[in-house]
Design a protein around this ligand. Structure first.
Ligand code: AMP
Length: 280
């Protein structure tokens, strides 16, 4: 497995590949867990070669967010990638990726107004900018993203459609905790910030979503009632501070009164903000 640290190294490797090879790409910020590895596994299955990027992208962090303390266990990440059959890791330092006077950004208008976009101004602009730049460098046939970050996936898919990128964006279902006491919690690198108590309380995100999904299966179609079921489950713990509980259309992420839709939540436990969603 190659470890590429600079743009020229990545370019040289990419140019050495046969044009007929189908290259798969999994962009990440590292601190890899079984969710990331599921993306790698799907990518491995469908593509001839796999590139994983590990880059904590400063452009997508707000001024009061966790850029400095975001976990960066590079050696462990590299061994996980090697064991998963990754061909190359691209892991640049921030100053090897962005020039000091970087001034070009990608905005996907509209979709970033809702859900996390409302609470994290500039976040999706940072995500789109880094992903488009990575796409240009890696030139993959397919790229893999988690549906856990549903808004990110839908925004990137819109970017790819609007800019006529010749890349298939594949959304992979959320991988969840199976460990006792944490069952159902969506895997996230940020779970590492949680205390044992917060981790237990955070299982309410999925419990609430699953409860609303069950109610929907039983015939409930009123978005207000489904949201109140989710809120009741999450709000049962005093450790939770709800940022949003929304039911939105997958097409434009606007709140809808009736399903089918995506039920999405963002909740703080201490300073850690967790997200999750379930489609109905
Ligand atoms: P991150 O390193 O958090 O930027 O995530 C990199 C990719 O992994 C993104 O496409 C995420 O949506 C995806 N991902 C993160 N957590 C999970 C999970 N629990 N299940 C599936 N995919 C995930």
């Amino acid at each position: 497995m190659l470890i590429l640290r600079t743009i020229p190294e990545l370019r040289a490797w990419r140019s050495s590949l046969s044009p007929s090879l189908s290259l798969g790409f999994v962009p990440t910020m590292g601190a890899l867990h079984a969710g990331h590895l599921k993306l790698v596994e799907e990518c491995r299955r469908a593509c001839d070669a796999v590139v994983v990027s590990i880059f904590v992208n400063p452009l997508q962090f707000g001024p009061n967010e966790d850029l400095a303390r975001y976990p960066r266990p590079f050696e462990k990440d590299a061994s996980l990638c090697e064991a998963a059959g990754v061909d190359a890791i691209f892991a640049p330092e921030a100053d090897a990726f962005y020039a000091k006077d970087h001034a070009t950004y990608v905005d996907v208008e509209g979709l970033d107004r809702h859900l996390c976009g409302a609470a994290r101004p500039g976040h999706f602009r940072g995500v789109c900018t880094v992903v488009l730049k990575l796409f240009h460098l890696v030139r993959p046939r397919r790229a893999y993203f988690g549906r856990k970050d549903i808004q990110q996936f839908l925004i990137l898919r819109k970017m790819a459609a609007d800019l006529a990128l010749d890349i298939d964006l594949i959304g992979v279902d959320t991988v969840r905790e199976t460990a006792r006491g944490a069952e159902g919690l969506a895997l996230s690198s940020r779970n590492a910030y949680l205390s044992e108590e917060q981790r237990g309380a955070a299982t309410a995100l999925y419990r609430g979503l699953a409860r609303a999904r069950d109610a929907h299966r039983a015939g409930e179609r009123d978005a207000g009632i489904l949201k109140s079921l989710i809120r009741a489950e999450i709000g049962a713990s005093p450790l939770a501070r709800v940022d949003y509980v929304e039911i939105v259309a997958e097409s434009d992420l606007r709140p809808v009164e009736e399903v089918p839709a995506v039920m999405a939540v963002a909740v703080f436990y201490g300073t850690t903000r967790l997200i999750d969603n379930v489609a109905v």
